[in-house]
Design a protein around this ligand. Structure first.
Ligand SMILES: *Cc1c(COP(=O)(O)O)cnc(C)c1O
Length: 455
């Protein structure tokens, strides 16, 4: 058999023409979103006040397996897709493992992560609906950057509430967003009612993703011609991100490679959900089997230590409730440099799949993650994002297990982005100043005790 190339590229014409909706093959569908006031399932017309109509349809559709990707979106995808599937020959050699390691690299666009795949779709549907702008929140800044790029492409206003601590610590991300024409406000701000309330209750707070979401939703629902968009967690986002998994599967099929283990980092679950969707589909239909592993930070362990329950998606409790693995909507994780993984909840789709035993989850401390990131950077050349490095760490550990057993497993992981804006984190790691905070059981329980009572 011919040697597998370092880089498996698909051709432009092989960019998927449809997104795949894994819910269509799930026996136990993810639970519906609930109205925070009535605790009844959200009706489409209620959601349409917050989200674009077409996206609400995608959000609520548990049965349509494939959604056509509009040509305008496919044209945009062509600027940076198909993304390469890399064979990590040098990492395998470094680990002296019989395992075969592949990674799907989503960092080869200016926003530096997979988030652009959904940003462009959401901007497209907003434009098609004739809206003037969208609002959103951003933590570390990757989502805000991706959305700014997407909005400038379709000539939409983009208003970003950026968690205050990131706004101050990551001025470069902020300036990338402004370069693409977005307006960026540190959150909590005085601009919204909920922001003023949070500031009054917690003077001097450096903000959180949950707060910024509340502000962005309020702004969207009180500004004519605006809607709110979200970069992860929601079903529609996983749908758009399925482009990652569909391309990965096509590239593997091209060389007759069968994956055994598929690994991704999990913040809100969108890259992992997108990567695994077609593989999970095989598994749900009984056509193939894979081990699927979600990797999360030990400081924000939604899957591994959270509870499967209805919870608010935001701190201000203005958003619908989702049934998910959660640490509680006012859980504020200890500072962790993987900003994109600091969300208290998890996608309802992935939560249901995990609950049904169809996937596994592990957690790592951040120094363990940065050790892996550095090894990876040195042998594979790419400087990984801290979020992505969680997946690297888990993939390395699975490959090391193969050294003991001699098994030639094929491991595929998602390398979601690059870490150029995370050099303060790398600096802390190099200087031995990185802490490994892990919440105690009591601490987690104190938040879980406050979960809304819905049943
Ligand atoms: C946002 C982000 C993540 C985590 O988000 P998910 O929705 O869980 O995929 C992972 N990696 C990078 C580089 C990110 O920007």
């Amino acid at each position: 058999m011919s040697k597998i190339p370092y880089k498996i590229y698909l051709e432009e014409k092989e960019i998927p023409k449809v997104w795949y909706n894994v819910r269509a093959d799930m026996k136990n569908k993810p639970a519906p979103l609930l109205n925070p006031a009535t605790l009844e399932p959200m009706k489409p017309e209620e959601l349409c006040g917050v989200f674009c109509e077409e996206l609400v349809k995608q959000e609520m559709d548990d049965n349509t397996a494939y959604f056509e990707i509009p040509e305008e979106i496919r044209d945009f995808y062509k600027m940076y897709r198909p993304s390469p599937l890399m064979r990590a020959y040098r990492l395998e050699e470094k680990l002296q493992t019989p395992a075969k390691i592949y990674y799907k690299f989503e960092g080869n666009n200016t926003s530096g992560s997979h988030k652009l795949n959904s940003a462009i779709a959401q901007a497209y549907y907003a434009k098609k609906q004739g809206l003037t702008g969208v609002t959103t929140e951003t933590g570390a800044g990757q989502w805000g950057t991706a959305l700014s790029m997407a909005c400038s492409y379709f000539d939409l206003d983009c208003k970003v509430y950026m968690v205050k601590v990131s706004y101050e610590q990551k001025p470069f991300r902020r300036e990338v967003m402004r370069t693409y024409g977005a307006s960026v406000t540190p959150s909590p701000s005085e601009e919204t009612q909920v922001g003023r309330k949070i500031l009054a209750e917690h003077p001097g707070t450096t903000g959180s993703l949950g707060c910024a979401i509340s502000e962005a939703v309020e702004k969207a629902t009180t500004t004519p011609g605006y809607r709110y968009v979200l970069g992860s967690v929601l079903n529609q986002v996983l749908l758009h991100q399925s482009v990652i998994g569909l391309e990965t599967k096509a590239a593997l099929d091209k060389y007759d490679i069968k994956a055994d283990i598929i690994i991704g980092c999990a913040g809100g679950g969108s890259n992992l959900g997108g990567l695994i969707s077609p593989f999970m589909g095989d598994k749900l239909r009984g056509e193939a089997d894979y081990r699927i592993i979600a990797v999360e930070p030990a400081s924000c362990p939604s899957f591994t230590r959270g509870k499967f329950a209805y919870d608010f998606c935001d701190t201000g409790m203005v958003c619908p409730l989702a049934k998910m693995y959660t640490l509680g909507s006012d859980f504020i994780p200890a500072p962790n440099h993987a900003g994109g993984l600091r969300y208290h909840g998890m996608s309802s789709i992935l939560s249901q799949l995990y609950h049904d035993g169809l996937m596994e989850a592990v957690s790592y401390k951040q120094t363990e993650v940065f050790e892996a990131a550095e090894i990876f950077a040195r042998v594979e050349g790419i400087l990984p994002a801290p979020e992505s490095s969680h997946a690297i760490r888990a993939a390395m550990d699975e490959a090391l297990k193969c050294c003991e057993t001699g098994e030639e497993k094929t491991i595929v992981f998602g390398l979601t982005g690059t870490g150029y804006f995370d050099m303060v984190a790398y600096e802390k790691f190099h200087n031995g100043q990185m802490s490994d905070y892990v919440p105690t059981d009591e601490e987690i329980q104190s938040y879980l005790d406050k979960l809304p009572k819905t049943e």
